[in-house]
Ligand binder design. Structure first.
Ligand SMILES: Cc1ncc(COP(=O)(O)O)c(C=O)c1O
Length: 345
């Protein structure tokens, strides 16, 4: 079986976590503080606050920007549910934006059309590790949260992903660019990041609230640090896999991601099909290869909304095939061969 995702864990990763466990300093402590320093240095931002997940990072980033009841936040429809939940947990209203067929993130034009005087932020993901130009979103004149859950290690126009928006958000979930099991971070100006650090704990804190327990453990931070040290190698391997897929599937009846800026980090390798992606997914599964729709279902479908034709088309036509550093060349060739056969039918 070739799984859709598989983290790259080395003996060194194991040793670093074991050493924290042995030390008995297992809750948030020096490993979390070191991860924050290393992440901020890596992204060229003033500060980072590490938290328990990417979803919580989004929520606390919104709160740090003062988003709350009566406010609207622009988010894509073609995205995972986390963005919607983060906005509603702040008591704000998510406003869904249709997709951009090229970037697979949200359309800047549709975002502008849905802007109102209640809009307090826009969340822009680099969907599936495809780096988006933030300029048209920054021009909307509301704070931009750059969602790098799938794009850590990428850069565009010389700026690392995470450093170009008002705040950046990362995820360290098991399948992400660096894996700690769970985990996330908010990165950006020290003044805003301090608010996240302030809000993530409740014990012996003034003022009273609102607060939560959104801390990461030192065990997870040790794993994230060990992985962060290999981020460049992870990105290089993902790009090599993408190049290999391009070489194998260039002439096949499908649409491959294009990267004129050479910026993408290929958290996923997402293919455009002229047919129902489930038929190809089923053909691959019969050969022991796990492929997935890159988005479980668009948010407008979950909410029973209409008027998202581009997101609808993406949902009907895109398939994500295995692409992660632990995938060997022989496995890439096997997936590509199975794809060619499925498409040839
Ligand atoms: C674009 C995006 N943002 C945020 C998240 C949420 O991250 P987490 O799973 O760490 O809560 C995800 C998770 O898949 C994601 O893909």
């Amino acid at each position: 079986m070739i799984p859709h995702s598989r983290p790259s864990i080395t003996e060194d990763d194991v040793a670093r976590v074991a050493s924290v466990v042995r030390s008995a300093q297992i809750a948030q402590g020096p490993e979390v503080a070191a991860l924050e320093r290393e992440l901020a240095a890596r992204l060229g931002v003033e500060a980072a606050a590490v938290v328990s997940s990417g979803t919580t990072a989004l929520e606390l980033a919104l709160r740090a920007l003062g988003v709350g009841a009566g406010h609207e936040v622009l988010i894509p429809s073609y995205v995972c549910d986390a963005l919607h939940h983060a906005v509603t947990r702040c008591a704000a209203q998510p406003v869904l934006v249709d997709a951009d067929a090229e970037t697979l993130s949200l359309s800047a034009k549709d975002a502008e059309a849905r802007l109102t005087r209640r809009t307090r932020a826009v969340i822009v993901p680099h969907a599936f590790g495809l780096l988006v130009d933030l300029a048209p979103f920054l021009a909307l004149d509301v704070p931009v949260i750059e969602d790098c859950a799938q794009a850590l290690g990428g850069a565009r126009g010389g700026r690392p992903a995470g450093a170009a928006g008002t705040l950046g958000v990362c995820s360290f979930f098991a399948t992400k660019m660096i894996a700690a099991g769970e985990g996330g971070a908010v990165v950006g100006p020290a003044r805003l990041v301090a608010r996240v650090r302030e809000a993530r704990e409740y014990d012996e804190c003034e003022p009273f609230g609102p607060r939560t327990n959104a801390k990461l453990t030192d065990m997870q931070a040790a794993l994230a640090r060990s992985q962060l040290a290999r981020l460049d190698a992870f990105v290089a391997r993902r790009r090599a896999i993408a190049a290999r897929y391009h070489a194998h599937l260039g002439g096949a009846d499908c649409r491959l991601p294009s990267d004129p800026e050479r910026a993408h980090v290929y958290h996923r390798f997402v293919i455009g099909l002229e047919r129902d992606p489930v038929t190809v997914q089923t053909a691959l599964a019969a050969r022991g290869i796990a492929a997935r729709r890159p988005v479980f279902r668009p948010l407008h479908r979950a909410l029973g909304l209409h008027g998202y034709p581009a997101a609808e088309r993406l949902w009907d036509s895109r398939l994500s095939i295995p692409c992660y550093p632990a995938l060997g060349d022989a496995e890439v060739d096997e997936v590509a061969q199975a794809m060619r056969e499925a498409l040839g039918r």
